[in-house]
Write a new protein. Structure first.
Length: 202
């Protein structure tokens, strides 16, 4: 099984004198090209609006990152032992579909327990590792249009509503989840664009 924190895969060839610490730093950069998600302190209305804009812009950024790639390139892992570009692209839609459902549950129920899913297993299904890449962009575009419509209609108090994640035994506010998924989309688009840069697919 793979998880999105482990997906990646340009075969690396570290220098003979590269230290273990340097190799770990290189892998951290491949895994987290824009850094890890960090939302410390109070989440303001301005911050939420910025994150909603990220959600709104993600489909066009994904389409741009994928533009011109052929099947061989789409089936290249973005780092060693990671997902292929195609799997990354479809994972975004799968993950954000689950998040959209969690928002709707939290808005209509009192701290619902959400249902986790096995993202590694989903990434190995035929519609993820074999389907035409246009389906990923079209799906994400439609999903995000609805999600942004919902987000822009939410009141201040709605963002304080919560859901319970049984796998992590944690409670999450919707404003925090918004930030996490705004980051998540940019995180995976950067996997694709940074691979393109390393491979010279510009």
């Amino acid at each position: 099984m793979r998880s999105w924190t482990r997906c990646g895969n340009l075969p690396s060839n570290p220098g003979e004198h590269e230290s273990e610490g340097e190799r770990e730093m290189d892998m951290e950069k491949l895994k987290y090209p824009i850094g890890r998600f960090d939302a410390e302190g109070e989440i303001t209305g301005q911050q939420r609006e910025s994150w909603i804009t990220d959600i709104a812009d993600l489909p066009s950024e994904l389409a741009s990152a994928l533009e011109g790639l052929d099947d061989r390139q789409l089936d290249t892992p973005y780092r060693p032992e990671g997902w292929t570009v195609r799997q990354v692209a479809f994972h975004i839609g799968d993950s954000h579909l689950n998040s959209f459902a969690r928002f709707k549950l939290a808005l209509t129920e009192e701290q619902p327990a959400i249902r986790p899913y096995d993202e590694g297993a989903w990434a190995d299904l035929p519609d993820t590792f074999r389907a035409p890449i246009e389906l990923s962009v079209d799906f994400t575009t439609a999903l995000h249009a609805r999600w942004v419509f919902l987000l822009r209609g939410m009141r201040e108090a709605d963002f304080a509503r919560t859901f319970f994640h049984p796998a992590s035994q944690s409670v999450s506010r919707l404003d925090y989840a918004l930030g996490m998924y705004a980051w998540h989309g940019r995180h995976h688009v950067a996997h694709i664009t940074s691979l393109r840069e390393r491979m010279g697919w510009l």
